[in-house]
Design a protein around this ligand. Structure first.
Ligand code: FES
Length: 104
């Protein structure tokens, strides 16, 4: 499949500190806004598939609502167990009024 940018939200739609979940090719993608920047990760905890967007966001750190694993939404890095694998991340760009993720 070729690489492309997919529009997932409009500018102004995601509040500061907020998140929107969008399905792209049946993959749940959580788009967070932190300090005015957008960060997109797969919305499936690598521990046991928890819905990360339903967790608590503190700064750039999201805590999984199931068992408390923590990830950096900028890099996908694991910051706390029980997860051990990073979350896939997606590059985000803003084109006019569209927020887009790079998808391949
Ligand atoms: S499913 Fe996320 S910590 Fe277990």
């Amino acid at each position: 499949m070729s690489e492309r940018y997919v529009t997932v939200a409009r500018v102004g739609e995601i509040a500061e500190g907020g998140v929107k979940v969008v399905y792209v090719d049946d993959v749940p993608v959580a788009v967070f806004r932190v300090d005015g920047a957008y960060h997109a990760i797969e919305d499936l905890c690598t521990h046991d598939g928890g819905p990360l967007a339903e967790g608590v966001l503190e700064g750039c750190v999201i805590e999984c609502p199931r068992h408390g694993a923590r990830f950096d939404v900028r890099s996908g890095a694991v910051l706390a167990m029980p997860a051990t694998a990073p979350i896939p991340t997606y590059e985000v760009r803003v084109e006019g009024e569209d927020i887009q993720v790079r998808w391949s």
